[in-house]
Design a binder for this molecule. Structure first.
Ligand code: UDP
Ligand code: MG
Length: 310
């Protein structure tokens, strides 16, 4: 029988939750009476994660395990899982039951209705610090603004992808993949399912502030040239301010007010010079942005289907 669904699960030091997760997931997935696989990626865990996964895989052939040589991070683990998955629809989820298996079933229903990307949208986020909730809230809105992409807010990695979407994402040659951005960028028929995100069933979060900052940086740099445009904007602001200052000084001089003597002219001169340098740097940045785009090598378009074309 062809594997219909692939559940992709990155796991880093998750010995406390794996069995609980496996039981809850299989209990739900079995109700579908369709074939599925669970692809775990052990992301260089230092605890018994790998041993537990091995045991699960021995008992249940639907469990597949990919073992990383060290900790490469959740994004890398998900990418690997996408490469190994064979299902017609794949769902990426955490193994701490913060992404509830019942919601995975709802995602599958949406897929059956014809949607090709289903985002899990968090309504409430239990057990997360105010800092994390606030930074996530601000960050995703900022990202939407600067990328101009319709990235759904309050979503994480918990998503369903149709096989076509998986192939489209895997075909992208870029190295630094920010899956949350790509999930929107590739297009296709998209929808969201809202759910209340519960507490971790056991263990602690594996996301340190350092890792979060790196991910936030990836999200911006991989999807937007906005930071590169800042220099030209600053340069223009400085230059215009300096020119306004010059005009003011000239008008004052004409009406006979000698404001601060010659030294005063030095100030707008320096500001104007700084502005011109920033504008020049800005032009270089525009080219760097283009070079970056070319290096990423993303296709100009992705075709979802064709009619009467062989
Ligand atoms: N994870 C991973 N590698 C890492 C960090 C996390 O594979 O370096 C996995 C982790 O085991 C979990 C998922 O990614 O299945 C999400 O991590 P976590 O639940 O700690 O993040 P949070 O839900 O707190 O944002
Ligand atoms: Mg979690």
């Amino acid at each position: 029988m062809k594997t219909k669904y692939s559940i992709l699960v990155p796991a880093y030091n998750e010995q406390e939750v794996l069995k609980i997760f496996y039981d809850a997931l299989t209990k739900n997935m079995d109700t579908l009476k369709e074939d599925y696989e669970i692809v775990f990626v052990n992301d260089g865990s230092k605890d018994n994660t790998y041993l537990i996964l091995k045991e699960l895989a021995q008992k249940d052939k639907r469990v597949k395990v990919v073992n990383f040589s060290r900790n490469f991070g959740q994004q890398a683990a998900e990418l690997a899982a996408l490469r190994y998955a064979v299902g017609d629809a794949v769902i990426i989820m955490d193994c701490d039951l913060q992404d509830p298996p019942e919601v995975a079933l709802q995602m599958i229903e949406k897929w059956k209705e014809g949607y090709e990307v289903v985002h899990g949208k968090r309504k409430k986020r239990k057990g997360e610090t105010v800092f994390k909730k606030l930074t996530a809230h601000v960050y995703y809105r900022f990202l939407r603004k600067i990328t101009g992409m319709d990235i759904p807010t309050d979503t994480g990695e918990f998503k369903l992808y149709d096989r076509k979407v998986v192939e489209a994402i895997l075909a992208l040659p870029e190295h630094n993949r920010y899956l949350r951005g790509l999930a929107t960028w590739v297009g296709f028929r998209q929808t969201s399912i809202s759910f209340d995100r519960p507490n971790r069933s056991a263990g602690v979060t594996k996301w340190t502030v350092k890792k979060m900052i790196k991910l936030a940086e990836d999200g911006i740099i991989a999807n937007s040239a906005y930071p590169l445009t800042l220099s030209i904007k600053c340069g223009l602001t400085l230059s215009v301010s300096a020119i306004i200052a010059f005009i003011t000084f000239i008008v004052l001089a004409i009406v006979g007010i000698n404001f601060g003597g010659l030294v005063a002219w030095l100030f707008p001169t320096v500001v104007l010079l700084a502005g011109i340098i920033l504008i020049m740097q800005g032009f270089t940045n525009l080219y760097i942005g283009r070079v970056y785009d070319e290096v990423k090598g993303r296709p100009n378009y992705i075709v979802s289907e064709t009619i009467n074309i062989k």
